[in-house]
Unconditional design. Structure first.
Length: 457
């Protein structure tokens, strides 16, 4: 939520920013807010004047009584003042809600680093990291690979839950858990405190941590009293935890990470995949957040640090990636800037999103009523969030990039210890589909020594 002071003092800057976001229909809101704010300030002045008058009248009544004089006139006046204050206060609070509702519609001021563009087609590739292997055999999709190995059951999940859900089994389920544990350990090693959070939040908290479009497109509401919502990411719980709180300057920066199941409706242009792990209603994610002092130099430092962690994780998984800078028209209204980390898909011969890193400066914290005091002065801190790993997307990247000609999947070296030493997910001699079906006398050693199919670089 944008600073009211900025709308008052620099409406031209706010309007120019709206134009950069290609939301010209909102230009009129700036003038509407300023007019309502003017009315609000008049009411506030009247209210404060009446409170001051009440205090003076009360003092005069005491003085008259001490002097043994008649204070009837003053007492009558004192009795009338609370009613007047109440009427003005009611109007003022109504105006506050009206202004806040419009204020939320105004996008956050964007960084000079944000490229101008109307849609995701105008996002800009910032850098490419890693060179894709050239596979010398027909490339299978992650769905084909997983089903051939008997490691997923999309048909059953469609029957019991509908499209956008899945059953993972055997080594693929273990690989999913390995990714969670590995990413968690990386985050803790980087100085982030690990936190387990609620996955249900009050709807009012969701309203404050997200923008309206995100809520409508993504959030599942639970019909209860009070109304609850399933989180779309643990960022919602991690940041929402500090709603209406003052954070001591000594506590900053707050660096936290969390694993959670995430739930998203995925309404919109992309929709849900009929079958697969790429875009689903339910998935696992390790998230990170930072709350820091309101200084762009500080929050920009964290912005770079946070995205570098995701890059490090995917490089260690031996996945070719690229960094995509999000353009103004594709940037959420709460965001100052955003980059996406995208992994290479040999099946599609293109890249797909596996993580998103955002600096929201003061906008999110202001909406949540989070504040701090810097040298005694009340300030709104900056908030940032980033995906360390969304495991379903990472599984897609691993399966496609590390598939072998015989349909097996090479496990990245950093995950070996999280997989009990396994290096390959593949068919077992004798017709068994996957490792979980191997006979008891099947030697681990024979699997660990399995030949990895060579690829052309």
């Amino acid at each position: 939520m944008i600073d009211m002071k900025l709308i008052r003092e620099n409406p031209g800057l706010v309007k120019e920013n709206i134009k950069k976001k290609f939301q010209n229909d909102k230009l009129k809101l700036v003038d509407e807010i300023r007019k309502l704010d003017e009315d609000w300030r008049k009411l506030k002045y009247e209210e404060d004047s009446l409170r001051s008058e009440r205090n003076k009248v009360s003092q005069k009544i005491n003085e008259l009584k001490k002097a043994g004089k008649n204070a009837g006139k003053e007492i009558k006046s004192a009795k009338e003042i609370p009613g007047k204050i109440e009427k003005i206060e009611e109007k003022r609070k109504w105006l506050e809600e009206k202004i806040r509702g419009l204020q939320i519609e105004i996008p956050n001021i964007i960084s000079e680093n944000v490229p101008l563009g109307k849609s995701d087609k105008e996002n800009v590739v910032e850098k490419i990291i890693g060179k894709p292997d050239k596979l010398v055999f027909p490339v299978k999709s992650h769905v084909e690979l997983a089903e051939d190995l008997g490691l997923v059951d999309f048909d059953s999940s469609a029957r019991v839950a509908g499209t956008g859900f899945y059953y993972l089994e055997g080594d693929l389920a273990l690989l999913n858990a390995a990714l969670v544990n590995y990413a968690r350990d990386v985050m803790v090693s980087k100085g982030f405190k690990y936190v387990e959070t609620p996955i249900l939040l009050r709807e009012e908290i969701i309203d404050k941590v997200t923008d309206l479009n995100d809520k409508q497109q993504q959030i599942y509401l639970v019909d209860d009293e009070p109304k609850m919502a399933l989180i779309g990411t643990s960022e919602h719980s991690l940041i929402g935890r500090f709603v209406d709180r003052e954070i001591s300057e000594k506590e900053l920066p707050i660096k936290q990470t969390s694993y959670s199941m995430c739930f998203r409706k995925e309404i919109g242009a992309h929709g849900i995949d009929e079958k697969g792990l790429f875009r689903t209603h339910q998935f696992n994610k390790i998230e990170m957040i930072v709350i820091c002092e309101p200084d762009l130099k500080v929050s920009e430092k964290f912005f770079k640090e946070m995205q570098s962690i995701t890059i490090e994780i995917f490089k260690s998984l031996e996945i070719p990636i690229r960094v995509l800078r999000i353009c103004s028209g594709d940037l959420g209204n709460l965001k100052y800037e955003q980059v996406d980390i995208e992994a290479y898909s040999p099946r599609k011969k293109g890249y797909f999103e596996v993580g998103s890193c955002s600096n929201l400066t003061e906008a999110q914290a202001r909406k949540l009523g989070i504040f701090t005091r810097i040298k005694g002065e009340r300030k709104t801190p900056h908030t940032l969030n980033n995906t360390a790993i969304a495991t379903s997307r990472a599984l897609v990247a691993i399966m496609e990039n590390h598939q072998q000609e015989d349909g097996s999947i090479k496990i990245p070296k950093v995950l070996w210890k999280y997989m009990g030493g396994k290096r390959l997910i593949g068919r077992i001699p004798g017709g068994h589909k996957n490792l979980s079906e191997a006979p008891k006398d099947f030697s681990k050693k024979s699997l660990l020594g399995a030949k990895i199919i060579k690829r052309e670089k």
